[in-house]
Design a binder for this molecule. Structure first.
Ligand code: PAF
Length: 288
């Protein structure tokens, strides 16, 4: 496995692979790898001749009051995990390598970004699409792997690939869960004992919603209200949002007659948890 920090080294290697007709699976990350990332590497390994993992904490996607400086880093651990999952190349650039000079262009995300988590993180998705544009050009992937825990990011990346015609296949990978259904997150360790016991109710609330749709409920307001009552009776966490939108467009819907996402965010004392389900009009979740 190669660990490269220069763009030229990576581009030289990926250009060679592309010429040889090799498929390249790409897993972009900000490091501090956990089981969610491991699932992405596993999928990439299964489907491609070569696998690239990038590790870069992208300053452009952090707001002024966000935790860029506190963002956890452990490169030695990450490189050994990459090795274990059969990654061929780790790209580990510095900030100066990725952003040697102020950018001339600014990509604005004009849809899919002003709802859900994007509402409270202005500029976040602009940062994500900017770094991914660079990473796609450097790594030249055939397929790029993203976890559905961040379903909004997946929707925005889908827009990036469509709008700019990147020859990249977006692979959506299901959320990795604990045995009791709680979506895996590095933030789960910040839950108190009783909060941890209550937190699986978030996923249970999503299943409750798919049951309602399966039984014929089509009214988004009714579903949201029922999910709110479900959560209120099972957890003391404070609901940040419960939204039901078309997917991947993330537009409001008046009736469930297409693929939709139901997304939930709940505040606990020291952690804000998010989860979602993407389902068809028959209430069957599209990714498990
Ligand atoms: O999901 C992440 O870790 C980041 O947003 C990504 C896709 C690596 C871009 O910096």
């Amino acid at each position: 496995m190669n660990v490269f920090d220069s763009i030229a080294q990576v581009q030289e290697q990926t250009t060679k692979w592309v010429r040889e007709g090799k498929t390249i699976g790409f897993v972009p990350t900000m490091g501090y790898l956990h089981e969610g990332h491991e699932r992405l590497m596993e999928e990439a390994r299964k489907e491609n001749d070569k696998v690239i993992l990038s590790i870069f904490v992208n300053p452009l996607q952090f707001g002024e009051n966000e935790d860029l400086d506190q963002y956890p880093r452990d490169h030695d651990h990450d490189v050994s995990v990459a090795e274990k999952y059969g990654v061929d190349l780790v790209f580990l650039p510095t900030e100066d390598t990725m952003y040697p000079a102020p950018l001339t262009l600014n990509i604005s995300v004009v849809r899919r970004a002003d709802v859900l988590c994007g509402r409270s993180r202005p500029g976040h998705f602009e940062g994500v699409v900017t770094v991914l544009t660079k990473l796609f050009n450097i790594c030249q992937p055939t397929r790029a792997y993203f976890g559905m825990k961040d379903a909004q990011q997946v929707a925005v990346v889908d827009g990036l690939i469509q709008d700019f015609n990147f020859p990249v296949q977006l692979v959506r990978v299901p959320t990795v869960r604990e045995a009791d259904g709680l979506a895996k997150s590095s933030r789960n360790v910040n839950l108190s004992h009783s909060e941890r016991e209550e937190a699986p109710s978030i996923q249970a609330a999503l299943s409750h919603a798919t049951d309602l749709v399966r039984k014929g409920e089509r009214n988004p307001e009714e579903i949201i209200q029922s999910v709110r009552e479900f959560l209120d009776s099972r957890t003391r966490g404070k609901i940040d949002y419960i939204e039901l939108l078309s997917y991947p467009e993330l537009e409001p819907v008046h009736s469930i007659d297409q693929t939709v996402i139901l997304a939930v965010a709940v505040y606990y004392e020291k952690a804000r948890l998010i989860d979602n389900v993407v389902m068809g009009k028959d209430g069957v979740s599209e990714l498990r």
